[in-house]
Ligand binder design. Structure first.
Ligand SMILES: Cc1cc2nc3c(=O)[nH]c(=O)nc-3n(C[C@H](O)[C@H](O)[C@H](O)COP(=O)(O)OP(=O)(O)OC[C@H]3O[C@@H](n4cnc5c(N)ncnc54)[C@H](O)[C@@H]3O)c2cc1C
Length: 420
């Protein structure tokens, strides 16, 4: 094995997990993990939460220490990026921006995603920010501290978390969402409606169906966001969170199939049959057996970690198909959302609990089978549902509606549910 070298490109959730899993599986060949960011690998989720609220230091978000990598013979290159890559038979060569040549026998892409940029009149004004990485957060946080008025463009998870954190630190916050409801791509109308109320109760001004004419400024600096009806919403800073685009540049250089992400199979293997890919950069067969879509791109820590484990096993010639019950969380001020499963394609909903109390669960069903749940401030129900689905069980809709019975007591095997 001594001549072998595994090159992992992207040193974040998926890349670090891939390296970890290779070692956990007993692989001793050298690993080079290259990350273009000038930071030790860290967790992104806190950036829009505790970080913006000023509660965290860089140490708090670090994934692994430098010593941890050294102890496992994983060479970590930070602050340099792979700019050129080519395959030569089974192996290949990569070149970094800093001029280093790396010859590899195994290759993994964990290149993640970058924010979708919005081109609006005024987009070049000073005071417009995106939030994807630590540098973005380090740049944004001091400007947020000084700002009085914050406008967030985009009512998805990142936008709402940013809005909530900005409000917690006392800013006048407006969220502009183009769609008729918040986080509409992911959750039911009940959950969207709850978030609208919850943010408004906390003093966030939310504008739905927002039609933005442009960002306006004075002397090169942002002063507001103008809507098509002429309303100008004052802003000292504007934070844009309108989704991400998978980073596929290197996959394209390698001639791999790319279709809204790097196309991988259930073993995290790309179209060349040699390179693996994991995390936000991939589009894959739906790993969720109760999922309705044939292929999915999942942006979550859970997916990056689980798919990276699959990719590591594939690289070692021990492929096992990726099967998973996806889960996700979002913290907005003191409201914790936990999602189990994927709700796309649901035909029935059970609302359990009272959204006005800020503690409730929405359960999603398709053909009578529980496929997903949004749990708001209800970790016990989240765990009961996640475990039930993972064990191939369900919770009949009628039982789920009865709030006098704890959910975990209503879990049944699917065969039982069908017979009822
Ligand atoms: C602000 C924020 C909050 C979030 N909150 C949550 C949450 O609450 N819950 C949740 O589940 N998920 C959350 N996410 C999503 C989660 O962080 C991502 O799904 C996860 O980070 C994906 O990991 P990844 O390794 O696939 O990609 P990334 O984390 O994007 O990492 C990819 C890395 O590859 C590097 N790279 C790319 N190209 C090259 C190259 N050519 N050479 C070298 N390096 C390269 C990039 O610089 C980057 O560091 C959040 C994301 C953000 C931005």
């Amino acid at each position: 094995m001594s001549g072998d070298l595994t090159l992992i490109i992207g040193a974040s959730q998926a890349g670090v997990q891939l390296a970890t899993s290779l070692r956990d599986l007993g692989d001793t060949a050298p690993i080079v993990l290259v990350g273009e960011e000038n930071h030790r690998p860290y967790q992104r989720p806190p950036l829009s939460k505790g970080w913006l609220k000023g509660e965290l230091t860089p140490e708090d978000v670090i994934l692994r220490s430098r010593q941890w990598f050294a102890d496992r013979n994983i060479e970590l290159i930070s602050g340099d990026s792979i700019v050129h890559i080519e395959r030569d038979g089974l192996g290949g060569t990569a070149r970094t921006a800093g001029g280093r040549l790396i010859t590899f026998t195994r290759l993994a892409l964990a290149t993640g995603a970058s924010p979708r940029k919005l081109t609006l009149p005024g987009s070049d004004l000073y005071g417009i920010y995106y939030l994807r990485d630590a540098d973005d957060a380090l740049t944004l946080e001091p400007h947020l501290r000084e700002a009085e008025h914050v406008v967030v463009i985009g009512g998805g998870f990142i936008g709402l978390e940013t809005a909530a954190s900005s409000r917690v630190v006392g800013k006048a916050v407006t969220v502009l969402e183009h769609a008729p409801r918040l986080v509409g791509r992911v959750v039911s109308e009940d959950t969207s409606a709850f978030y609208l109320d919850a943010h408004r109760r906390r003093g966030v001004n939310v504008v739905l169906d927002a039609r933005i004419a442009g960002i306006v400024g004075d002397d090169g600096r942002v002063t507001g966001v103008e809507l098509e009806d002429g309303t100008v919403i004052p802003a000292d800073i504007v934070v844009i969170g309108v989704g991400v685009l998978p980073r596929v540049e290197l996959a394209e250089q390698l001639g791999l199939n790319v279709d809204g992400g790097i196309v991988v199979n259930e073993h995290a293997l790309t179209s060349d049959g040699l390179t693996v890919a994991a995390g936000d950069c991939t589009i894959m067969p739906n790993p969720y057996e109760r999922g309705s879509l044939p292929t999915v791109r999942i942006e979550s820590v859970n997916n990056a970690v689980e798919q990276a484990k699959v990719a590591a096993a594939t690289l070692l010639g021990r492929p096992a198909p990726y099967r998973s019950v996806p889960w996700f969380w979002s913290d907005q001020a003191d409201v914790k959302l936990q999602i189990a499963g994927l709700s796309t394609g649901y035909d029935e909903i059970v609302l359990r609990g009272e959204p006005a109390n800020e503690k409730f669960t929405v359960l999603y069903y398709r053909d009578g089978l529980l496929i997903a749940a949004d749990c708001v401030n209800h970790p016990a129900e989240f765990l009961a549902i996640r475990h039930a689905i993972s064990r191939g069980q369900t919770i009949p809709a009628a039982a789920a509606a009865d709030t006098s019975v704890p959910l975990k007591k209503s879990v049944v095997d699917i065969a039982v549910a069908v017979a009822v």
